[in-house]
Write a protein of this length. Sequence first.
Length: 359
Amino acid sequence: MMAAKKLSTRLGEKLRIMTIDSVKVAFPLVHKVVYFLYNRMLYKRKRTFKAYLKVYDRENEVLPFFMKTMCKRYLRYMRKRQRPDVIFAVYGLAANIISTYKRDHDPDLLTVTMITDFCVYDSWINEGTDLYLVGAPYTRDLLIERGIDPEKIIVYGFALPSETEKNLVGRELPIRSNGNSKETIRSGSDTDDTDRINLLIAGGVLGLLPEETDFYAKLSAHPGVHIHVVCGKNEILRKNIESAGLPNVRAYGFIDNMFDHLAWADIFMGKAGGLSCMEAIHMEVPILYLPPFLPHEAKNADFFEISGIGRLYDHGMTDTADAFDRDFLAAAAENMRTINASFEPERLLTWLRERNLIQ
């Protein structure tokens, strides 16, 4: 839902927006259980999730068994509400459901798919989609290779900061940390030490990061490194890091000012997810990605390597001197600058105006 919230924030002044949770619509009575089980599989990464991955790899065979029921529920949901002028899908399954609904019940409905990874899976590409929003020229080229009309693709940058976030970056901000306490951070380094490296480690809302404190101890032992670890809702991890008493390491819980932390950081480390790494690209903070686990993470990692904006950090194999190489950091930041220059968010507004959806 985070991608939907970010898009809503950017377009909220232009459009009257209603956000729909496709899982909740499909499973109204048990959606919380579905989310709980999925999150537990992500945390544990054991046999049950390996079974899920096998299904994931065969989505074209498996999805049709579920689509009929899900589309019936979506149709029932839509009939109770005013017809929207345009629907934005930010999740592959949702895009698939909406495409089926459009084909069978409302062929004139405008549909936009925002691909929130840098790779492209079959579920993202659907008949009747009017427009695709992507995060990089790399993803645009993948869609073109799959036969999508270039005029239907906008390199949008799916985690663009809102105007409010842009104005706040660089200021001292109150943030949520350690429960109810208030702390502040400053966007720039508080020292003139040219050897200092500010490392931001984040694992998304769920805090999907290594649990072993020796992972963070190895990083903090590198000369000049200062570390912020954003643990999200993973309170066990936050408490473990705090109790370890590692030098120059600060642990945070869930935060709502990621762009300010990125403004502080010289390097971003985390899983190779789409949204958090897109935020790093916007702020031109080079990426050290952790060994990919999910299929889309492995494909996102290919994009980081090909584009020269990130490299793998494997705790057991990567030397910190290689990870923090200044030449790599400079080159990666420059390559991110090139990607940022390709964004055309104004094209989306033009597209909406041409269809009389905004002034």
